[in-house]
Each structure stands twice: as structure tokens, then as C-alpha cells.
Design a protein around this ligand. Structure first.
Ligand code: SF4
Length: 111
């Protein structure tokens, strides 16, 4: 004597639904990962290969008023090759002051 055939069928349907739920969650997570990957790739692209942001767009100021958050504390800051040259930024266009600041400020990782 076998069990009621309806029970087995019900079990299969429930399993199917669980399976779909998991794969949908996976797809969402994958989408987020792709988005993050694209952002990282953009940040890692050499500065010359991409258009930089205008100073206005990131509210750049030559003299920042937040202690410890000057351009020379920022991961995007590029110190000049020679002291008499202007510094620059990986993502913001134009000469950059070491004491400047903008809304894209990203602290350098602590050594
Ligand atoms: S991202 Fe902004 S704060 Fe950082 S160096 Fe460039 S201009 Fe300065």
C-alpha cells in the first residue's frame, strides 16, 4: 500500500516554489554584485581614459573647512611630480589644492 498520491504531488509543488524563491534571491544578489563590479572597474580605470568631473559638480573648494578631510588626505589626490607643479585629482578636473575639499572626498586607508 502506497501513501496518498496527492501528498507526493503537493510536496513536489512546494519544493518547486522554494527552488524558484532561492534562484530569484540569487539573481538579485548577482545584480548587486555586477553593479558594484562596474563601480570598482570605473574607479580603477586610469584617469586619462575617462572624463573627469567638473569642480562645480562635486562642490570643490580650494580651502576645505573639515579638519583631516583635505584633498591630500583623499585617496583620489595625486601629488605633483615636482613641488612647483599643481596637484591633481583622479576624478575631478583641473588643478587641485592639497588643502581643497569636495563631496567626493574618500579618506586614504590608514597605513
Ligand atoms: S576627490 Fe575631491 S577631495 Fe578627493 S582629491 Fe579629488 S577634489 Fe580633493
Amino acid at each position: 500500500m502506497h501513501g496518498h498520491p496527492g501528498w507526493a504531488a503537493k510536496g513536489r509543488i512546494m519544493e518547486d516554489q522554494r527552488g524558484r524563491g532561492v534562484s530569484r534571491r540569487c539573481a538579485l544578489r548577482q545584480g548587486a554584485a555586477i553593479g558594484l563590479g562596474a563601480t570598482v572597474a570605473w574607479l580603477a580605470t586610469p584617469a586619462l581614459a575617462q572624463a573627469k568631473l567638473a569642480k562645480d559638480a562635486v562642490k570643490y573648494v580650494d580651502k576645505g573647512d573639515v579638519p583631516g578631510k583635505d584633498c591630500d588626505d583623499c585617496i583620489q589626490f595625486i601629488a605633483p611630480a615636482r613641488p612647483k607643479d599643481a596637484a591633481s585629482c583622479r576624478i575631478v578636473d583641473g588643478p587641485i589644492s592639497p588643502h581643497g575639499h569636495c563631496i567626493a572626498f574618500t579618506p586614504k586607508p590608514k597605513a
